[in-house]
Design a protein around this ligand. Structure first.
Ligand SMILES: CC(C)(COP(=O)(O)OP(=O)(O)OC[C@H]1O[C@@H](n2cnc3c(N)ncnc32)[C@H](O)[C@@H]1OP(=O)(O)O)[C@@H](O)C(=O)NCCC(=O)NCCS
Length: 183
C-alpha cells in the first residue's frame, strides 16, 4: 500500500535490539544523549526507549493521562483493555537506572487484517519534539511486522493534522466512521 511505502521509506530513527514481538525495545535515536555532572566525572546517559511490554504501572499511566487532561477511567477496566489489546506501546525517558513513562499507545486487532489504534498520548513536557510521531511510527512498524494492512484510529478534532502528517486520511473513498452508544 502506498501509505506504508511512504511512511517506511523514510530514514529510520530507531534501531532494533531484539525483534521478538512483545519484548523488543528501540532507542529513539540509536545514540544516547550523554550528559556530565559539574565535575565532568560521572556521565548520566539519557535515552528515549520504546517498549511493547504490557506490565505497565497503571498509576503511572493514569498520571500520564491526567497530565493531558483526559478523564479518569476505572483502573480495572484500563487493566482489562491493556490485557486484551493486540499491541501495547510505551515510551520511556531513561536516565541512569530510573525510567519515566512519557508516552503510550495501544492497538486492538483481528490479528489478520485490521487494527485500530487507541489512547495515543505524549506527556506535555515532551510534546512538540517529534516523539509523538516516533511513537506512532513504532506502533505502525509493529503492526506492519504482524502483516496488518488496514490501520484505523479515531482522531480528536484538534489532532487530525497530527495523524494526517503521518499519512492517515480522513474518510478515504467516502468511508464514514459511525458510532453507536447506548441510550
Ligand atoms: C497528539 C500528541 C500525541 C502529539 O505528540 P507530539 O509529541 O507533540 O507530536 P510531534 O512532536 O511528534 O509532532 C509531529 C507532527 O505533528 C504536528 N502536531 C503535533 N501535535 C499537533 C496537533 N495537536 N495538531 C496538529 N499538528 C500537530 C507537529 O507539528 C509535527 O509536525 P511536523 O512533522 O510537520 O513537524 C500529543 O500532543 C498529545 O499527547 N496530546 C494529548 C493527547 C491527545 O490528544 N492524543 C490524541 C488522541 S486522538
Amino acid at each position: 500500500m502506498g501509505f506504508w511505502k511512504t511512511w517506511f521509506s523514510a530514514s529510520e530513527s530507531a534501531t532494533s535490539r531484539n525483534s521478538s514481538f512483545g519484548e523488543d525495545t528501540l532507542d529513539a535515536t540509536g545514540n544516547s544523549n550523554a550528559n556530565s555532572d559539574n565535575s565532568g566525572s560521572t556521565r548520566i546517559t539519557e535515552r528515549i526507549v520504546f517498549s511493547t511490554e504490557r506490565d505497565i504501572d497503571l498509576y503511572e499511566l493514569e498520571e500520564l493521562c491526567d497530565a493531558v487532561g483526559w478523564s479518569r477511567r476505572p483502573l480495572r477496566k484500563v487493566k482489562k483493555a491493556i490485557e486484551h489489546s493486540f499491541l501495547v506501546a510505551s515510551m520511556w525517558q531513561v536516565r541512569g537506572n530510573h525510567r519515566r513513562l512519557i508516552g503510550f499507545a495501544r492497538a486492538t486487532s483481528d490479528h489478520a487484517f485490521n487494527a485500530t489504534i487507541w489512547d495515543v498520548v505524549v506527556h506535555p513536557d515532551f510534546q512538540g519534539k517529534g516523539l509523538g510521531k516516533a511513537l506512532m511510527k513504532y506502533v505502525l512498524k509493529k503492526l506492519r511486522s504482524e502483516e496488518i494492512s488496514n490501520v484505523t484510529l479515531f482522531a480528536d478534532p484538534h489532532v487530525v493534522d497530527f495523524y494526517r502528517s503521518m499519512g492517515f486520511m480522513p474518510d478515504p473513498e467516502g468511508i464514514k466512521g459511525m458510532f453507536w452508544y447506548p441510550h
